[in-house]
Design a protein around this ligand. Structure first.
Ligand SMILES: [Zn+2]
Length: 288
């Protein structure tokens, strides 16, 4: 009997020990699970935070990029390409107008070359491009004609004086008022581009009047479309008189070089605008 009791006691102790051990094991496993779970939660939380941060940064970057693109687009639209500072003092971009007149001694010494049998002269440096333009026009079946080119100081003085005289006679104005009116048609000496050998008046051989009818001629249409390719611009365009200070002259072409001619024509600018200079003002404003 005592044997049996002893065995039972032993077995109860064993069972107790086993239970205690199982409890410890369970506890340890539980603890381990908790640690692993907590770690996992923490890592995934960090990961989520990182992802959110990254998404935010990407969003900000995208916004900045879009804003930049919009600004660039605007600049392209609003801000024209103007003459580079390094170009502004080049001989072919010389600005001569009523706000930037030359006195007689300012007029650059121009080496001129005679163009044709009529004896018209231009700055020798534009000769090659001018000839190429006329050649191309003829090849296209056009026949434009030069009717004025380089003018020496004295020539411009007599043209201007003659015009004043005619206005006084025809309209009964005094000399001062006649001079203002004359200057809208014939540039006052020192303000004409013809004096620097870079300007030409070109008319159609089918219509030689210096008036707005020129722009209807095929020759003039050809020049307006193609002259920029050879470095020339129509210098006093329609609706730009308040900037150029000269009435619309669909015959007066000015050499500005090929790069400037292309940029000016493409952007519908005047030389004043291209050089960032002040507008001259409407030439007819002070007429009485
Ligand atoms: Zn002219």
């Amino acid at each position: 009997m005592s044997d049996i009791r002893q065995r039972r006691r032993r077995s109860r102790r064993n069972i107790k020990r086993i239970r205690q051990r199982n409890r410890r094991v369970l506890l340890s496993v539980g603890l381990l699970c908790f640690i692993v779970w907590a770690g996992f939660v923490n890592v995934s939380k960090q990961k989520k935070e990182q992802e959110a941060e990254q998404a935010y940064a990407e969003q900000q970057e995208k916004k900045a990029r879009e804003a930049k693109e919009v600004k660039a687009g605007k600049e392209e639209k609003d801000e024209p390409v103007l003459a580079a500072e390094s170009e502004k003092n080049k001989w072919y971009l010389k600005l001569v107008n009523a706000k930037n007149p030359m006195i007689q001694t300012d007029v650059p010494e121009v080496e001129t070359e005679t163009l044709d049998s009529e004896g018209y002269q231009v700055d020798a440096r534009i000769m090659k491009d001018l000839e190429a333009m006329f050649e191309a026009a003829r090849a296209d079946g056009r026949s434009p004609m030069i009717c004025s080119a380089f003018r020496a100081w004295d020539t411009q003085v007599s043209l201007y004086q003659n015009k004043i005289g005619r206005v006084m006679n025809e309209e009964g104005l005094n000399e001062e008022d006649a001079a203002i009116k004359a200057a809208t048609v014939v540039a006052k000496p020192g303000t004409s581009e013809h004096q620097i050998g870079l300007a030409l008046d070109i008319v159609s051989s089918e219509y030689t009047n210096l008036d707005e009818g020129q722009m209807e001629t095929e020759d003039q249409k050809w020049l307006m479309e193609n002259s920029w390719k050879y470095g020339f611009i129509l210098r006093y365009p329609l609706d730009k008189s308040d900037i150029t200070g000269v009435i619309f002259e669909p015959w007066h072409y000015r050499y500005v070089g090929k790069k400037a001619a292309k940029e000016i024509t493409e952007q519908n600018l005047t030389l004043e605008e291209y050089l960032g200079e002040e507008p001259v003002g409407d030439p007819t404003e002070n007429i009485k």
